[in-house]
Design a protein around this ligand. Structure first.
Ligand code: EPZ
Length: 420
């Protein structure tokens, strides 16, 4: 149980300007990638979130020198001292993306023994496609005592993913950058953070082509040289802030984002009757009138992101009419709606589909976050509700959002912590 809870006094329009931080899901891929470099690398714009701090601990445990400032958001990683290829379960279970150490250490050391990953309980989340890719490149992979053990010298091969997987695409890309010959990843994920990783690897001298499409070609290289790279802004934080603005019928401009990454959400907000205008590296969200109910179906990028389904379905709880939300990526990503019933939300869940009957009003209540984006959804719900909402287990939110409370307060929200 977290030692504190969040209290939100809702029904206040958010207004003003905010800035989005560096991306969580890109940072947790690029930091392990820096381990493969033959020289020190510098990463900028890294968000001050728990997942980044966990990776700093893991890299230091492997012998890398890591200098990280939460003020400058700059991390310098010197992997030349890496003297181990084992990451214990007590570290890996603290986050999902710890399994990227498999691809990175396989490339650097020819061997990797990594504990099972942790991460949000939103479904089964196997990693069979990661293992399929490593084996295709010639690695021997086994699972022993909660550890995934991989070793071998890697040859370029064609890997056809049985389903589109962000983690699988990233992990096998990491394993392929120094493999002998060409690797082709077919049915690859196209998310912005896949492209960001490819750009970072290429800045170190790798040869990765086609990232952002469903076919990625990687020609193995001998050496990766030093690079200084700035990670892209967080697509999901941008979307969460946009949804929070719409939820309070506020007027908010989100700066430092990439509007083209937000097109699926922007289209849905426009469909609901929210004003969304793109500026160069900013998006402005303004109210027009009552929100219309809409249908949302999550899909791999560039479709509607599953990570925004939870905040979006919270927003739909006050739309006029019944919305249908279909979650096609994960098996169990509607728990926040069960919590919101205590606030007056009316949602019926049938397997992968939620039927949300919009209500005039939500009222504050005690609710519990069950995962990172469920936490974000409950924050959106609290901002929409009259009265005060208490959110227990808000620690989940800190895993993926940098200083969210401060950002919301700066926009006029009444959010505070209270010891439990
Ligand atoms: C990444 O998870 C993100 N996490 C998730 O964000 C995000 O929801 C997801 O991609 C989809 O965009 C990070 O980047 C750290 P997948 P990942 O592999 O890589 C199945 C957040 O809130 N699958 O694309 O685990 C899997 O079970 C988090 O920031 C297999 O069957 O997602 C899921 O149903 C939550 N076998 C689907 O594919 C595999 O080997 C998509 O998973 C791998 C995945």
């Amino acid at each position: 149980m977290d030692a504190y809870k969040l209290l939100i006094s809702g029904d206040i329009p958010l207004t003003g300007h905010t800035s989005v931080s560096g991306g969580k899901n890109t940072s947790v891929a690029l930091i392990p990638a820096a381990l493969m470099c033959d020289d020190p690398c510098t990463l900028d714009n890294l968000p001050d979130i728990e997942d980044v701090h966990v990776l700093v601990d893991i890299l230091r445990g492997l012998g890398a020198r890591v200098d990280y400032s939460t003020v400058t958001k700059r991390m310098v990683i010197d992997p030349r001292g890496v003297n181990a290829c084992t990451v214990p379960y007590k570290q890996t279970q603290r986050m999902r993306a710890s399994y990227y150490l498999l691809g990175a250490l396989l490339t650097r050391c020819g061997e990797a023994n990594v504990g099972y990953p942790g991460g949000c309980a939103i479904g089964n989340r196997p990693f069979d496609q990661h293992i399929k890719g490593f084996r295709a490149l010639g690695a021997e992979v086994s699972e022993e005592g909660g550890m995934i053990c991989a070793k071998g010298s890697l040859q370029g091969r064609t890997v056809f993913f049985d389903r589109i997987t962000v983690g699988g695409t990233i992990n096998v890309m990491l394993a392929a950058v120094k493999a002998k010959g060409q690797t082709v990843l077919c049915n690859a994920a196209r998310e912005p953070h896949v492209v960001d990783l490819a750009n970072f690897l290429n800045s170190m001298g790798a040869s990765v082509k086609g990232a952002g499409t469903d076919t990625i070609r990687i020609r193995g290289v001998q050496k990766l040289h030093a690079s200084q790279y700035t990670v892209i802004p967080d697509q999901i934080e941008t979307g969460t802030l946009m949804i929070a603005a719409a939820a309070t019928h506020g007027d908010v401009t989100v700066h430092g984002c990439i509007p083209t990454h937000m097109e699926a959400l922007t289209a849905k907000l426009l469909e609901m009757g929210v004003s969304v205008t793109d500026e160069d590296d900013a998006i402005r969200v303004r109210p027009i009138g009552p929100h219309r109910a809409i249908n949302v179906k999550t899909q791999e990028y560039p479709g509607f992101p599953t990570d925004l389904q939870q905040p979006m379905s919270a927003l739909l709880c006050k739309a006029q009419g019944t919305s249908v939300v279909t979650e096609t990526i994960f098996e169990s990503r509607f728990k926040h709606l069960s919590e919101m019933r205590r606030m007056g939300a009316r949602a019926r869940i049938l397997e992968q589909t939620a039927f949300i009957e919009g209500t005039q009003e939500l009222h504050g209540a005690p609710v519990t976050a069950t995962d990172l984006r469920a936490g974000a959804a409950l924050v959106v719900a609290g901002l929409m509700a009259t009265g005060t909402t208490e959110i227990y287990e808000p620690g989940f939110i800190e895993r993926g959002y940098e200083h969210l409370e401060e950002k919301l307060r700066a926009l006029g929200a009444i959010v505070r912590r209270e010891p439990v």
